[in-house]
Design a protein around this ligand. Structure first.
Ligand code: C2O
Ligand code: CU
Length: 493
């Protein structure tokens, strides 16, 4: 690990592209590459957006479903007419979907046929440490395997899984190792939301290609990742009927923030976030997603004439000079016909569990070197050390964590394993409504921002991580360990 970091730093000629908009990360010039593919040469809206395939269990026994998955390389048609080598679960790009139900256990055997170690984390999952896919708990390459047990003792939520091998997750995720995990329960199923073919998960990300159509990974070069993918295709189209659709949006990008809108500026509803449905649907004209975050939305296409074409646009993370026709567009909706619609979005979706009252407060400061001199990133001034416990938590404690982004140019975000938390305040203002009022596991922090989060650490004892979910930053060290233990003395408040 140390070796790799040294190599990373030594190889990093930093261009120090700082100082314009607030969304910059230091740009790092990589080793000499084949020429970059010019993103403006990629034809848009030529490929249909696929719906990710659902993985079937190898067997269901009692209250457990067993899955067998293989981590392997595959070639995928991301750019029209070209093949790109990617890292996948079961050869699927976009990553496949596991469908799970609260109260039914899922057991997955992951066999690693890649050439790199992997550790598979269920993002947003409430799971024992042994199945958390922590950075230090890797599956060896070349055929090693590990069994992950997901109790699903938590309410419905749009979860996802991805590699978490420290210092390598950023590249492995970038090369494709992500999948979706849709956990449902009776609360969600008893609503009459759009379902079946009208309930579509969409994994969003960006990528950079060379002129032979292969992915180029250079840590921190988010500005060069100008090809946007929806469910694994560059700028696809998606045919819809003139009725309501539920879209479950996942930001699986390493660094890119998305702010999504319909090109006619019209309203839609946001019904859920990271940890499942909101209490009430929100009427919105945009949703913003930092890396790792999810938004569940309902778009009603019945207001459009058949033949209408609309673009899902992006205004998130755009820098001056960015090619707006590329990074400002995600996909095209084509309204192709009529369809019956008996679904509805009720005015009350769920009741959230009471937040409880906190007995412990802690402060966390996120920062990275913005001078460009190093590629170090910190939480409370320390880079990640897998052998160091940064935060000791008494099992069952409810805590308030105040998290601040101390950088002036670089956005970050903050993800905590094991728990779904509540956002109490953003920049000193109470969060009582809006998209952050539901259950969350990841929150954005623009430069200078502060959030106050509340979580209850219960269910499992063990060591877990919290980190910036801009994977390149986590790989640079913006991550720390917390340990939940019954024998920890409760810290004084
Ligand atoms: Cu989605 Cu620790 O990560
Ligand atoms: Cu960060």
């Amino acid at each position: 690990m140390i070796q790799r970091r040294t190599v990373l730093k030594a190889g990093a000629a930093v261009t120090g592209a700082l100082g314009s908009a607030g969304l910059l990360v230091p740009a790092v010039a990589g080793p000499a590459q084949a020429t970059d593919l010019d993103p403006s040469t990629v034809p848009q809206f030529q490929q249909a957006m696929p719906v990710p395939g659902v993985v079937q269990p190898v067997c269901d026994l009692g209250l457990t479903s067993y899955y067998d998955m293989t981590l392997q390389e595959a070639d995928a048609e991301i750019l029209p007419g070209r093949l790109t080598r990617v890292r996948t679960f079961n050869g699927s790009f976009p990553g496949p979907v596991i469908k799970a139900v609260s109260g039914r256990r899922v057991v997955v055997r992951q066999t690693n046929r890649l050439s790199v170690p992997t550790s598979i984390h269920l993002h947003g999952g409430h799971v024992p440490q042994s199945s958390d896919g922590s950075p230090m708990d890797v599956i060896t390459p070349g055929g090693g395997s590990k069994i992950y047990t997901y109790p699903n003792s938590q309410p419905h939520a749009n979860l996802w899984f991805h590699d978490h091998t420290h210092h390598q997750e950023s590249e492995t995720v970038y090369r494709g190792l992500t999948g979706l995990y849709l956990l449902t329960d009776d609360v969600e199923r008893n609503l009459n939301l759009p379902s079946g073919a009208y309930d579509v998960p969409i994994a969003l990300r960006d990528a950079r290609f060379d002129d032979s159509g292969q992915l180029v990974y250079t840590m921190g070069d988010f500005m060069k990742r100008q090809v946007l993918l929806a469910n694994g295709k560059a700028w696809p189209y998606f045919e819809v009927a003139a009725r309501k659709y539920r879209f479950r949006l996942f930001n699986t990008a390493n660094l890119r923030f998305f702010t999504l809108q319909l090109s006619d500026g019209s309203a839609f509803q946001q019904i859920g976030s990271d940890g499942g449905l909101l209490e009430k649907p929100l009427d919105v004209t945009s949703v913003s997603l930092s890396p790792g975050e999810r938004a569940d939305i309902v778009v009603d296409f019945s207001r459009y004439a058949v033949g209408t074409r609309l673009i899902l646009t992006n205004t998130g993370g755009l820098l001056p000079g960015d090619p707006v026709d590329q990074v400002g567009r995600v996909l095209q909706f084509r309204v192709t016909g009529a369809a019956r619609d008996t679904s509805s979005v009720p005015s009350t979706l769920r009741t959230l569990p009471a937040a409880g009252s906190a007995t412990v407060s802690r402060d966390f400061v996120l920062s990275m070197d913005e001078t460009g001199a190093t590629m170090d990133a910190f939480i409370n001034g320390k880079s990640y050390d897998m052998d160091r416990i940064d935060t000791e938590i008494k099992y069952g404690a409810t805590e308030i964590w105040t998290v601040r982004n101390a950088n002036i140019y670089t956005p970050h975000n903050f993800h905590i394993h094991l728990v779904q938390f509540r956002v109490l305040e953003r920049n000193g203002k109470p969060v009582t409504s809006g998209p952050e009022s539901g259950l969350k596991d990841t929150v954005p922090l623009l430069p200078g921002e502060t959030v106050k989060l509340q979580a209850t650490f219960t269910g499992y004892e063990g060591t877990y991580v919290y980190h910036c979910h801009m994977f390149d930053h986590a790989s640079m060290g913006m991550m720390a360990n917390f340990r939940v233990s019954k024998s920890t003395a409760a810290p004084a408040t």
